[in-house]
Design a protein around this ligand. Sequence first.
Ligand code: COA
Ligand code: AMP
Length: 638
Amino acid sequence: MDARASRYHDTYARWQRDPEGFWGEAACEIDWIEQPKKVFDKDAGVYGRWFTGGVVNTCWNAVDRHVKAGRGAQTAVIYDSPITNSQRKLSYSELLTEVSTLAAMLGDLGVAKGDRVILYMPMVPEALIGMLACARIGAIHSVVFGGFAAKELATRIDDAKPKLILSASCGIEPGRVVKYKPLLDQAIELSKFKPPHVLILQRPQEQCELTPGRDHDWAALREKAIVAKKSADCVPVLSTDPLYILYTSGTTGIPKGVVRDNGGHLVALKWSMKNLYGIEPGEVWWSASDVGWVVGHSYIVYAPLFHGCTTILYEGKPVGTPDPGAFWRVISEHGAVAMFTAPTAFRAIKKEDPNAKFLAKYDMSKFRTLFLAGERADPDTVKWAEDTLKVPIVDHWWQTETGWCIAGNPVGLGLLPVKHGSATVPMPGYEIHVLDEGGKKLPANKTGSIAVKLPLPPSNFPTLWMQDDRFKESYLTQFPGYYATADAGFIDDDGYVYVMGRTDDIINVAGHRLSTGGMEEVLSSHKDVAECAVIGMKDELKGEVPCGFIVLKAGVNRPPSEIEKEIVALVREKIGPVAAFKIAITVPRLPKTRSGKILRGTMKKIADGDAFNMPATIDDPVILDEIGNALKGKGVGA
Ligand code: COA
Ligand code: AMP
């Protein structure tokens, strides 16, 4: 690999010289109903808007245009579900029929352009069809990950106020069927806003009762619509109209509704498939994420379909469905040329099959690249993947807010030398600086807050749903003129970006983004808890796991172990199993500064076995020993 052989530097320089020319050219790859009047309008929106005046339809660009261009018979979606032992393939023509039928069904249920639709779905083709059907009629979808509990769903219902919810009778996790209907009913009971309609997909593993007057059977309505030859056409929307809202953890228990628009999203994602991922139309691409996460939105559903690829929708795990060869089986069976997953999945495979014995069974000859994101790719895992797969392993840095990669190694422009531990270089569109607390630029190799110069590139969020002020306050105020990513790291002498961790209370558990503040709200709601602190503790498999410390109210004389069990169950009930909250520890008091601020950072260092300096402002240093002993007593931490 020779850095000079890559077209990256020229491409990035071309973007820097003329950002509007660059993105205007990229926009030529999209089918517009009406061309944008401006590539970028700096006076629109909070920090400007992309492709203003353009009229477009996202579903058209994902499906119809390919059928029209002769790709109708090509497989668009491969559903591969080892967990249910089933597979299904949909060609672009079949996908068009399914999407336009569902779009008509949504219309019959009163859903129109601008209305919100929540999806609470497992990884089945209907989830992808549902998202595209919304896009087709200009409705705004909001997918809620199936591992979230009723209360989290209720918060999102109240914020998005959906006309309709698309759901299923169940999801399937190894060893258990997750019944969605009771969670859905509870969420609707908890929410102030009551969605008038729910469309339920009954799965063979679990049939649920439908609530009369509100719930509809998906298959029955589909059947009727097919018999009646119902089909909805693409509705023209403005480039700047929202395509979807995706809620992500904020620093409080109230999630942030990240808005994605139609035009910018189309242009940046289409550009990324060839230039970043090095994929050609017609090739098979696999992103092993979940449609409930941003990676699932962008790279299971939208980008591969914009590019005319075959996308794999995988309902299974890296291990245990049935073995650690599951990923290799999917790649070889479907001829995937590249895959995208979180490092934690590879840590799980490495743990169960360190010598990759399962790999020998499979023909991986078509496989070219592995892309990792969602959390820091630790050099050990990257090295193991390189030695095992003998293809480039590309780490790249992402956020729900950006919708696509911020820094990565652009395979399509020519791979740059890989440096383990670095996400590589900024993509065109992103001017990245590392800043100190006062917002001053730091020199190379100095760690600080990573910030992106405004304006953000296409596909990045223009605002939070109905909350321009929260958007400005959360992201644009700390460093004027910049988007504060809330990630910390440094840039080396070669311009390589190293993302080391968050500067806020967000932790990353198995590639899932969670708020410790949100968990603390749950812990403090327990009647016996006086105060609490949740930290993310190092974990070999999941990167981090949450660990909660509780101080009991005076006079509570029940056994602490009983209360700790209730706390663990409470987080599962209020946030969901995805929080992976399994450790609660009772301590006599929490370490604080003299002004009363809990020293979470120091507690984390103790739990991780990292060296720490005694905070100068600590109230009572003895408490740190108490924390260390409490962790030892539980047999957790380093
Ligand atoms: N619906 C309901 N429950 C879910 C769920 C879903 N869609 N997804 C996960 N859960 C549950 C799991 O069953 C588990 O429950 P448990 O506590 O009863 O065991 C819990 O949530 C935690 O799940 P997870 O963190 O995924 O851990 P795991 O032990 O089941 O699996 C890995 C570990 C590493 C195999 C798994 O996390 C993985 O494949 N990660 C890939 C990461 C990824 O896709 N990230 C997306 C961003 S790119
Ligand atoms: P999410 O919004 O769920 O995609 O999570 C985004 C967060 O995950 C980022 O702010 C980072 O903290 C972390 N993250 C994602 N990709 C990487 C990466 N390649 N390296 C380090 N951290 C990452």
